[in-house]
Design a protein around this ligand. Structure first.
Ligand code: F6P
Length: 326
């Protein structure tokens, strides 16, 4: 369905799914660019669930003051099982109508994109999506909002763990987030100088990993760090396997939600700001049902339906370097 261009007066903005550093900067850019273009803006609290529950707040330039550098999302966020059902979507659409919201900017990951696509295709609501997830697992953009900050946060923590690994001559298994994507794990491994990495995109070979650890010890290596992407194997289980196979003391650390928090780095602020402005501009042009990203520094627009779950292709190249440099 290609909808006719709507005479926009008011737009809504929501953040949905896992929060990520940079979401606030994106909301700020959406709100202020919309106002600059003569549009009114409603902020929708708690993602699609807040829309169903009619939790809306009118926004002006001041409502987004001082948030460009703050982590999390001032609009709060949630995952909404109710919105996945037809009745939930119907309710959401009626709330949009009640508040005379002509179009919606959705900031979130693949589940949120699915919702935005449903709103457009099934219910005729003009939507656009911005890639708000730390996982960097969406097509149509080189990088998703929050990913770079999350990588930096993990690397900072691992640098600290390296100090104790080195001092106590231990092996550390460190689990990072990624939601079935090994992107964060691979980039974190390369940038923290980790000795090995386990990602969902490659078959794990723990025997070879252990053989390398033993060879490393013979070469005089005193510490060894393995980054594990969540979901492949629990860090604690891998630590036990390694201790059993090599006899070396091994500890495990799950970095968890620390990776989603903190102030966005400059790269994420710039990305989010550019995307937020582009979202409003596309809605004004009448270009609905689109996912907005940045590829090779240029705004890139693809249909929401094509923007889901990306299989990254960085693994071979990165893994070759990790193997060479350990
Ligand atoms: O999608 C972002 C993400 O942080 C994933 O990396 C992770 O698997 C998931 O969200 C965790 O979700 P929750 O915060 O609901 O536990």
């Amino acid at each position: 369905m290609n909808m006719k261009k709507v005479n926009l007066k008011k737009i809504g903005v929501l953040t949905s799914g896992g929060d990520g550093p940079g979401m606030n900067a994106a909301v700020r850019a959406v709100v202020r660019s919309a106002i600059s273009n003569g549009l009114a803006v409603e902020g929708i609290m708690r993602g699609y669930q807040g829309l169903i529950d009619d939790e809306l707040i009118g926004m002006d330039r001041r409502s987004v003051s001082g948030i460009i550098g703050r982590g999390g999302t001032l609009l709060k966020t949630a995952r909404s099982p109710e919105f996945r059902k037809e009745a939930g979507q119907q309710k959401a659409v009626s709330i949009l109508k009640k508040h005379k919201i002509d179009a919606l900017v959705v900031i979130g990951g693949d589940g949120s994109y699915l919702g935005a696509n449903d709103l457009y295709k099934k219910w005729g609501v003009p939507t656009v999506g911005l890639p708000g997830t730390i996982d960097n697992d969406l097509y149509g953009t080189d990088l998703t909002i929050g990913c770079n900050t999350a990588i930096n946060t993990a690397v900072e923590a691992i640098d600290k763990i390296r100090d104790t690994a080195h001092s106590m001559e231990r092996i550390f298994i460190i689990e990072v987030m990624g939601n079935r994507s090994g992107y964060i794990a691979m980039e974190v491994a390369l940038s923290s100088g980790a000795e090995d990495v386990v990602v969902p995109e490659a078959k794990p070979d723990y025997k070879t990993m252990c053989a390398r650890i033993s060879q490393g010890e013979k070469r005089g290596k005193v510490s060894w760090i393995v980054i594990v992407s969540e979901g492949v194997i629990k860090a604690s289980v891998l630590a036990e396997t390694i201790t059993n196979m090599t006899g070396f003391e091994t500890r495990s650390v799950v970095l968890g939600h620390v990776q989603r928090g903190g102030n966005p780095c400059a790269l994420d602020r710039i990305l989010s700001t550019r995307l937020g402005v582009a979202a409003v501009e596309e809605l004004i042009k009448g270009n609905y049902g689109q996912a907005i990203g940045v590829i090779q520094d240029k705004i890139n627009i693809i249909p929401l339906a094509d923007a889901r779950k990306r299989i990254n292709d960085i693994y071979e190249e990165r893994y070759r370097l990790i193997n060479m440099l350990r």
